[in-house]
Design a protein. Structure first.
Length: 167
C-alpha cells in the first residue's frame, strides 16, 4: 500500500486546522528509512484546550470520528475514519520524552504534497519505544538501531577548520 496519499491528506488537514504535531512511532521510523510497518499513525502534540478543538476540526475534515479511549490518563485522542480503516492517535504524553517541545526541537520537516509533517528523530523514537517496553516496541528496537547507525554514518563529518566532508 502506498501511504503517501494518506499522509498528504492528513498533513493537509492538519495544516488547514492549524494543528502542529510530531509524527512518532513506526510511521515516523519508516519515513526515516527503517524497514518497519504500522497500521496507524501516532502523533505527539502539545495538549491545550486550543489543540483539542483543532483535533475535533481535523476529525470533521477527514470525515472521521474523534474518540477518547476509556483511559483518559493516557492523554490519547483517537481519530478514526471507518470507511478507510484509518486510525490517527494523538498523544499529549509519550514514554521517554520530557516534553512535546523537546521532541519537536529534534524533529525534521518532511515535505508531503503541498505541505508536510514534523517527523520525530530516530533517537526520540527509540527512547519512546524503550521506555514503553511493550513487546511490539521491543520487537523493532534492533531494526531501528541499525537504521539510526546508518543515518549517523551518512551525515557529513567535520574536518580540520570546521569544513564539512562526507564519509
Amino acid at each position: 500500500m502506498d501511504a503517501r496519499p494518506v499522509l498528504e491528506r492528513v498533513a493537509r488537514g492538519m495544516a488547514e486546522v492549524g494543528l502542529e504535531a510530531v509524527l512518532i512511532g513506526n510511521a515516523a521510523a519508516a519515513l526515516r528509512g527503517a524497514p518497519v510497518t504500522t497500521i496507524d499513525l501516532d502523533f505527539f502534540f502539545h495538549r491545550s484546550p486550543g489543540t483539542v478543538g483543532k483535533l475535533k476540526r481535523l476529525a470533521n475534515r477527514l470525515n472521521g470520528t474523534m474518540i477518547r479511549p476509556h483511559y483518559p490518563v493516557s492523554g490519547l485522542y483517537r481519530i478514526s475514519v471507518e470507511e478507510e480503516g484509518l486510525q490517527l492517535d494523538f498523544m499529549g504524553v509519550i514514554h521517554g520524552a520530557k516534553s512535546y517541545y523537546s521532541v519537536r526541537s529534534r524533529a525534521n520537516w518532511f515535505p508531503i504534497g503541498d505541505t508536510g509533517l514534523w517527523v520525530a528523530s530516530l533517537v526520540d523514537i527509540l527512547k519512546s519505544k524503550r521506555a514503553a517496553g511493550r513487546p511490539r516496541d521491543r520487537a523493532v528496537l534492533e531494526t531501528l538501531e541499525k537504521t539510526l547507525r546508518a543515518e549517523e554514518e551518512s551525515k557529513p563529518k567535520k574536518g580540520a577548520g570546521g569544513a564539512t566532508k562526507r564519509k
